[in-house]
Design a protein around this ligand. Sequence first.
Ligand SMILES: Cc1ncc(COP(=O)(O)O)c(C=O)c1O
Length: 421
Amino acid sequence: MILKFLPNQHGGSLDMNFNVQKLRQEFPNLNIQVHGMPLVYLDNAATTLKPRCVIDAINAYYVTGVSNVHRGVHFLSEQATAAFEYSRQVVRQFLHARRVEEIIFTKGATEALNLVAQSYGRHFLKKGDEIIISHMEHHSNIVPWQLLCEQIGCVLKVIPINDRGELILEEYLKLLSDKTKLVSLVWVSNSLGTVNPVKAVIEAAHSQGAVVVIDAAQAVTHTMINVQELDCDFLVFSGHKVFGPTGVGVLYGKEKYLSAMPPYQGGGDMIKSVTFAKTTYNDLPYKFEAGTPPIAEVIGLRSALEYFQTHSWESMHQYKQELLDYGTKALLSIDGVRIVGTAKDKTSILSFVVDGIHPHDLGTLVDQEGVAIRTGHHCTQPVMEFFKIPATARASLAFYNTKEELDILVRAINRAKEIFK
Ligand SMILES: Cc1ncc(COP(=O)(O)O)c(C=O)c1O
């Protein structure tokens, strides 16, 4: 279904000829200047730039289609509802989920993780039960479980990592027991780039009867996701990391769990009927979508996913891997640079430190040359603690980046080194 006010520009065929220069033209933000220099955007793990079709889809909703969803019989409301629900189908297909009822729209990956902790966790876990996460989790996959542990007295266990920033699987297997009720793991680490062997982790957890939550916030642009093949019980991601808008994310959950879970928040849309004596809840997925949802953002997400899927995974993967190899060699050619996160299975995230320059100073100096990198702990303080560093500089790559941009980063780092000499 193609709605009049939402021209679907990207339902087209797969583009097998990966052409980075052509692709860059679709991202208006790449044309801006920063401090008088052309922008070199290397902060894609924080958020990705948006292609024109996403901006157009959001714009079209606001210009000619504004209405609330699910509540009106008038034309605009029906149209907005259809667009909103169509997005859910696109997400279902993107994740290869069995049913649209298994797709819940949230504010982002963080909210989706909190939803699982507060709804599934509080309902199905009890004092003494164990939850396993890893040492490389983003804070959003640590703190919700700590809150849950404080609330109900369950126990958090942490899978250790090695010096390359890889999970130590043998230690994971030792932590697993019949006390383990839930395992929540990041698929791709945002500060190290490590790609975790999620399939093996899920199988081992299931053999102990534990449910598994996968944080796919970074994996979503790295690999095709098939939740049925993975057999994860829950999976979360954020729209803004996959070329979509901020303010929208997705929780996938197996229907058997979602339907048994209590609502996370109360309000409009998540009810069937309300009286002061008793309220009954709506069916899936609406039971978990209280209040007016992020309509424009959900519509923008659809456009992003459709756009993204017009590129072949193989070509994108190969190109990004080439960039990663090139960037790794280029950074290591600079005296005093150390890369943090050297896993064998790694994707396009380059965290590094430079002798004698604090990452924040480095970030500020390269910014003067138009280069956007992120510096800090990247919401993974335990990772920084493990590597005994306060912070790293991080260049994170997307399929619109180029080797020339990595050369500009290297030149900017060399200039920063000159200043600090
Ligand atoms: C691995 C990982 N998990 C979770 C999140 C949280 O995503 P959001 O802030 O969009 O909710 C991030 C964001 O950087 C992330 O990289």
